[in-house]
Each structure stands twice: as C-alpha cells, then as structure tokens.
Design a binder for this molecule. Structure first.
Ligand SMILES: [Zn+2]
Length: 180
C-alpha cells in the first residue's frame, strides 16, 4: 500500500501534469493506487494523493462485495448538469471528517485507458460525485476548498480534532475510529 498524502500537505493543492499515454509506469502506478484504495475502503483515489503529480485517477463505485476498478488517465469533465445537490463527502487525504459539498449531480467525463484508448463515461449519484471529487484533486482542490466558507471553517476545526484523535486514511469520522 502506498502512503497517503494528508491535508494540509501543500502537494494536495498543486495542479497535476498530464500523463504521457506511452508511459509504461502508469500501469504499475494504477495497480498500486487500486490496492491502496481497497485497503482504505475508498471509492476513488487520485495520483496526487499518493504523492504523484500526474493526471490519473482510479474509482470503484460498485457495491462493496464487487471489485470493478476503473482507471481514468487524463480525465476531463466535458459537462455537468442537474440541480445542485449537497451530500457528505469523505476523503482519504482528510481522514476523520466528512464535509457537505454541493455539486451538480450529473457528469460526463472524457478519459484514456491504460492502453491509450479514448473513452467517455457519464453518470449521476455516487459516480457523478466521485468523478468530480477525484478530478478536483488533479486541480489541487480538496474537500476544504470545495466546501462553502461556513462549512470550511467547521470542517477544518473537525479535522484538527480528528487528527488529534489519531484519525487514519479511510476513517470518515472520529466516532468510527473509536469503535474500531
Ligand atoms: Zn479525496
């Protein structure tokens, strides 16, 4: 498992570089990110979260007992649609907290697979939200930047407390940590 970069590491606020589609090391990186995502019960992970400033994300929003990872190289949001919805989001890089984030529910995203073939994916619900959250990471945006100013203040306070309690990547609340 790769080490997860945790907020407030400034690396999380940097813009990631596009991947070279011929870069053979991407397959290994994607595999390692996949393993790290499953080990921490995440539904998505972006390369900057493991310290690599490249535009690559792995997501798996399938039911918990199914493993169906999707690797997106150089993903790009083409379209967002729908009435904005607010939902709690957690993040491997901000352990111990969830933050209410308002997003348009539906997203259409262009990406390349590890063989350099171009695809599009679209969806709402968890998929639409997860795509936007992970692509935010490639643009240096974490939960704290996505939250409204008022929620940001609350979230940063909760995060400080969670860190003090020893929250680890994969923990979504300090309560959960206590029962584990
Ligand atoms: Zn995240």
């Amino acid at each position: 498992m790769l080490k997860i970069v945790e907020s407030p590491d400034p690396l999380l606020n940097q813009i990631a570089e596009p991947c070279d589609l011929k870069d053979k090391s991407l397959k290994k990186l994607a595999k390692q990110m996949e393993r790290t995502m499953y080990a921490t019960d995440g539904v998505g992970i972006a390369a900057p979260q493991v310290g690599v400033l490249k535009r690559l994300i792995v997501i798996d929003v399938s039911p918990e007992d199914v493993r169906d990872p999707l690797v997106l190289v150089n993903p790009e949001i083409l379209e967002l649609d729908g009435e904005p919805e607010t939902d709690e989001e957690g993040c491997l890089s901000c352990p111990g907290v969830t933050v209410p984030i308002t997003r348009k529910p539906w997203a259409r995203v262009k990406f390349f697979d590890l063989d350099g073939q171009e695809w599009e994916i679209e969806g709402d619900g968890l998929l639409g939200r997860c795509l936007q959250h992970e692509i935010d990471h490639l643009n240096g945006i974490t939960l704290f930047e996505s939250a409204s100013p008022r929620e940001r203040i609350k979230a940063l306070k909760a995060y400080e407390e969670a860190k003090r309690m020893g929250a680890k990547p994969g923990d979504t609340s300090t309560e959960a940590r206590k029962v584990r």
